[in-house]
Ligand binder design. Sequence first.
Ligand SMILES: [Zn+2]
Ligand SMILES: [Zn+2]
Length: 146
Amino acid sequence: MSESNSFNDFVTCPYDKAHRVLRGRLAKHLIKCSRNLGISEEWTICPCNTTHHIKLKDFAEHQKECPEANWLRGSRSGSGNGNGQQSAKPVLVECDENWDDEPPVEAYDPSVYCEENAIVRMLQGHSKAARKEFRESERRRLANKK
Ligand SMILES: [Zn+2]
Ligand SMILES: [Zn+2]
């Protein structure tokens, strides 16, 4: 394996060998690239790694080779190499629209925004008055010292 997991590595886009993409951006690039080329129906995504976009006809082969599917293959046999364990059928990803009901997208929460904004405004308004008050009290305190 010559692969490293550094996000700063350049990897080759499986859709177009001319595309060199930062590993950290690959997932996004692949989505864009597959849409641009309109070939997504011929391709599938490895269930072990969303950056593994594989041609459907190569998918069975990928299941054997995928470094991230090792845990899947190994988990069936508690001990041993688990090399002969090919009984499990590959899990095909057909659930484009059947992901969890709630997408793992951070929802925009207006109340948080307003709250933060209010705090900032309060602090700004407050600090001015507080500074003035502080100066006054400081002057009084120094005057009393005499
Ligand atoms: Zn690409
Ligand atoms: Zn894979």
